[in-house]
Structure formats: C-alpha cells, structure tokens
Design a protein around this ligand. Structure first.
Ligand code: NAD
Length: 323
C-alpha cells in the first residue's frame, strides 16, 4: 500500500487469531505495518481480533494453512510470522495428527509463501524442543532429549521438524529465516482451559474457588508476559540473526509463590490449598536468555506482579463485558 509516497510494510501472521498471534497483530499495526492474519480458528478465537476489524491495515483470511493457496495474498510481503500451531497441552494431546500436520504441511506452506515473496520468515518454536525440563536454564545449544513414541511426541517432534524445515529453507534457498524458542507466556486472551497451572489459578480466582497448588509448590515456572514475548519476536524479525533464540523469562517462580501473588491480587478472601500433583508435573524449566540479550538487546521488562495484575484485570473486564 502506498500512502504519500511511503510504502507500508506488510506482515503475514499465521495463527494471528490465537493468544500470542493476536497480540503480535496489535503490535505490528501499532508500529505501522499492514497485517494479514491467516487463521482457521482451530484453537484461536474471532474475538481475539474483533477489535482489529475496523483497522484498514488489518485483513483476516480464514484459511487452513495446510491447504493454503499462495494466490490468496496479493502484493509484496516483508515478513511472515508463523505461529499457527496448537500450543496448549489440552489441544495438542486432543488431536496429535492435526498437530503434526500443521507443523509439517502448514510450515511448508508458510515457508513457500515467504520464499515466493523474498520475505523474512520467523518461526514461533517452543521450549518443548528441549524435552522434559532440567534443573539448569536451557541454552540454545542444549541438545533436546525427547521420546518420539511417548504420548507427547507429536508435539515435541513436530516442533523439532518445523525448526529443521526452517533451517533447510535457509541453507537450501538462502531464505532469511529466524527461529524463536518461546517459553511459557501469559497475559490477556490466554486460554484458561489449557491445562497449565497459572491458567487454573486465574480461573479459580475469577470464580472465587480455592487456588489448588500441586504439592509441594516448590516446583517452579518461568512466565513471560505477552507484551515482552511479542517485543522479542519483533526484535528477532528486525535483525539478521537466524537463531534459534530463547524468548522467555529467566526468573524461576515457585508455584506456591505464584498462587500467593494471584491470591494477593484477587483479594483477602482468596484461599490456597495443596493437592496431589499429577504424575507428569514438571519441576523446572527456564531459559538462558544471554543470546537474546546480547544479539537482540531483549529481555522481559514486566514483573510477575504487574503482568498478573494486568491479566486478572483484563479477564475480570472480559467477564463483565460478556455477562
Ligand atoms: P494458540 O492456540 O492461541 O494460537 C495458535 C493459532 O493457530 C490459533 O489461532 C489457531 O486457530 C491457529 N491454527 C492452528 N492450526 C491452524 C491451521 N491449520 N491453519 C490456520 N491456522 C491454524 O496458541 P499460542 O499460545 O498463541 O501459540 C502460538 C505459537 O507460539 C505456537 O506456535 C506455539 O507453539 C508457540 N508457543 C506459545 C507458547 C505460549 O506460552 N503460549 C509457548 C511456546 C511456544
């Protein structure tokens, strides 16, 4: 699009109606991009991008990326952010075949789109490529160890395949690619039924139920506020570094502390109780973000308290709006 002689950059966001994707669309539009969101609402929601419908710079294409036809999109593209993939355990366990299809066929189509327009390509990968958590922070050169035949293989392996495919397009076709390994991210519009401990705390806080901490509560979570994660993706897109780069919070917060924070924000009536942990309860996973700090000048800026306050406030307002 040309306006007063200024060419507006064009970004395509696959999975743009999801939690992270919708915030990325917001940030891109705020920084002057024209944005095309490609999403089939498999796990995303129209409500996540409804506020963007009035924006002339925003276009929503309801398409399955697995059968994507490049002809749908006219004109030059500067950057393709590929986020289309189920992220919540509840989703990828529900349909492991769909999980593998979007990571393979969908990623191929997204890469071909970027290649056909000589666009920068940014893959939203995941900390899950490292396999089950270790005690120390994960660095990008840690070789992940996963079992392709356990129940979680469809997710781990499909994301590892997507990274390998992205790397193959860079080495074979000189496509300007980048890989972000995203760790646990939270914020407004996050799914509250995704099986994660923070989602459960928020759901419980909103309904006045006791916050259930899987014992002993000393196991930790690293949580990155969504605005910070989006800033990391934009920094990665803007540079020339191929990655992979960890995008997440290096701060390990004990689950009990997290419950206390949520309880404090919720009010004096909030109650915390301990429950038996599930057999698969993860103990610790957090990123080493030295690379992101050095190469992208990026690190999370939002404290857990501020991020949780913003998130709970947003969900309370959303409940009032939808009541
Ligand atoms: P999400 O489920 O909210 O968003 C994924 C989006 O992709 C949804 O809108 C969904 O409808 C869309 N999608 C799925 N299959 C599709 C298809 N075949 N065609 C078109 N669209 C399709 O998940 P999210 O939390 O926003 O995660 C986005 C990306 O970030 C994922 O790639 C995920 O692996 C990665 N990630 C997220 C987190 C996190 O904490 N949220 C952590 C690590 C990695």
């Amino acid at each position: 699009m040309v306006d007063d002689g200024v060419v507006q950059p064009h970004a395509v966001v696959t999975g743009g109606a999801g939690f992270l994707g919708s915030h990325l669309c917001d940030a891109l539009i705020a920084s002057g991009y024209r944005v095309t969101c490609v999403d089939n609402f498999e796990t995303g929601r129209p409500a996540n991008v409804r506020h963007l419908e009035k924006e002339s710079a925003f276009q929503l294409l309801r398409r399955d990326l697995n059968d994507y036809d490049d002809g749908d999109l006219a004109g030059p593209i500067d950057v393709v952010f590929h986020l289309a993939a189920p992220a919540a355990p509840s989703d990828y366990l529900l349909d492991p075949v769909a999980t593998m299809r979007i990571a393979s066929a969908g990623t191929l189509n997204a890469l071909d789109l970027a290649r056909s327009r000589s666009a920068r390509f940014v893959l939203a990968s995941t900390s899950e490529v490292y396999g089950p958590g270790s005690d120390g922070p994960s660095r990008e050169d840690r070789v992940g160890q996963v079992d392709p035949a356990d129940g979680y293989g469809a997710y781990y392996e499909s994301r590892r395949f997507a990274e390998a495919l992205t790397t193959a397009y860079r080495t074979t076709y000189a496509l300007r690619t980048a890989i972000a390994r995203i760790f646990n991210t939270y914020g407004p519009r996050m799914r509250l039924d995704d099986g994660r401990v923070l989602s459960r705390f928020i759901r419980q806080a909103l309904t006045g139920a006791p916050l259930t901490v899987p014992g002993p509560g000393t196991q930790t979570r690293s949580l990155c506020y969504v605005d910070d994660a989006v800033a990391g993706l934009l920094a990665l897109a803007g540079g020339g570094y191929p990655g992979p780069v960890n995008i997440g919070s290096p701060e390990a917060v004990p689950v009990f502390t997290l419950a206390q924070e949520v309880a404090q924000i919720t009010g004096p009536d909030a109650e915390i109780v301990f429950v038996e942990p599930p057999a698969t309860e993860s103990q610790a996973r957090r990123p080493d973000i030295t690379l992101a700090t050095q190469l992208l000048d990026w690190q999370p800026r939002t404290s857990v308290h501020d991020g949780l306050t913003a998130t709970l406030t947003w969900f309370r307002r959303a409940r009032v709006r939808n009541a």
